[in-house]
Design a protein around this ligand. Structure first.
Ligand code: NAP
Length: 259
């Protein structure tokens, strides 16, 4: 299917690896020019070079921490006028409800709630003026079904989800859609980090931790960045203009719910 977005321009945050990279590659495959971002420049430049080589699109890179005001300023300077915004950043560390103090919550809110909100506030006005725009926020399955060890994620991402629920209805009439993609367990560095946490906490091997976590997924496996990216490209496509304020769970059926 032609997604109808060839020649458009997208900012994909936190995109040198993992799910952000999957989204960037899927958009590039549709002929979308990219602004890519990550903190580390080596992986970022390698990803940009690979995408240019395979898809022949224009790729600008900004090595910066998207969760800081200075990092956002640098990224936004390169991303003015984008048609598509994919927000993403690293997830908060695991722990227990009684571990976290105010600073921990503020850091999680800054990274996973206030940063995507600031990016939407900066980039959506121009989309509204042009009468077309797409925003996809990478959040987490923890929004639908809380993950006890990821209380900081449960908290911050639910706040973002509330903002999107209200705001998406305010901008939809201008041709701008905002939706959230909710990853379940995907085979990325983040999954390795969480497997390591399970392995250490339970005194089991990494392999056993992965087997145990895969057994919680009806699909019987971890998701891939490629299939995650394909869902992102569809939500960013011209065909998705009537999908507004939705939360699409990509989790292989792990959340056992009718709706
Ligand atoms: P990943 O494989 O660890 O990749 C993270 C990417 O984001 C890297 O390119 C990293 O590059 C970049 N990044 C991290 N923090 C950044 C920051 N502050 N500023 C700019 N770039 C940053 O992670 P992932 O699995 O793709 O996860 C993406 C998001 O989905 C995370 O918020 C994660 O919590 C969430 N999620 C993932 C899963 C899963 O199973 N994978 C499940 C639920 C939710 P640098 O380190 O060089 O900055």
């Amino acid at each position: 299917m032609d997604m109808g977005i060839k020649g458009k321009r997208a900012l994909v945050c936190a995109s040198s690896k993992g799910l952000g990279r999957g989204c960037a590659e899927a958009l590039a495959a549709e002929g979308v020019d990219l602004v890519l971002n990550a903190r580390g420049s080596d992986a970022l430049e390698a990803t940009a070079a690979a995408i240019r080589a395979v898809h022949g699109v224009d790729v600008v890179t900004v090595a910066a921490d998207i969760t800081t005001p200075a990092g956002r300023e640098a990224v936004l300077a390169a991303a003015q006028g984008v048609d598509i915004l994919v927000t993403n950043a690293g997830g908060p560390p695991p722990g227990t409800w009684s571990d976290w103090d105010r600073d921990d919550f503020i850091a999680a809110l800054d990274a996973n709630m206030l940063t995507p909100i600031a990016l939407m506030q900066a980039l959506m006005p121009a989309m509204i003026d042009r009468g077309w725009g797409r925003v996809v926020n990478i959040t987490s399955g923890s929004v639908k079904a809380p993950i006890p060890a990821l209380g900081l994620s449960n908290t911050a991402r639910t706040g973002l989800t509330g903002f999107v629920a209200g705001t998406s209805r305010q901008v939809a009439g201008s041709g701008v859609t905002i939706n959230n993609l909710l990853p379940g367990i995907h085979a990325t560095d983040r999954a390795i980090q969480l497997d390591t946490g399970v392995s250490t906490a339970q005194g089991i091997s990494m392999e056993q931790a992965k087997v145990n976590r895969s057994a919680t997924i009806p699909a019987g496996r971890y998701g891939t960045a490629q299939e995650f990216g394909a869902a992102c490209a569809f939500l960013c496509s011209d065909h998705a203009g009537f999908i507004v304020g939705q939360n699409l769970l990509l989790d292989g059926g792990a959340v056992n719910a009718t709706l």
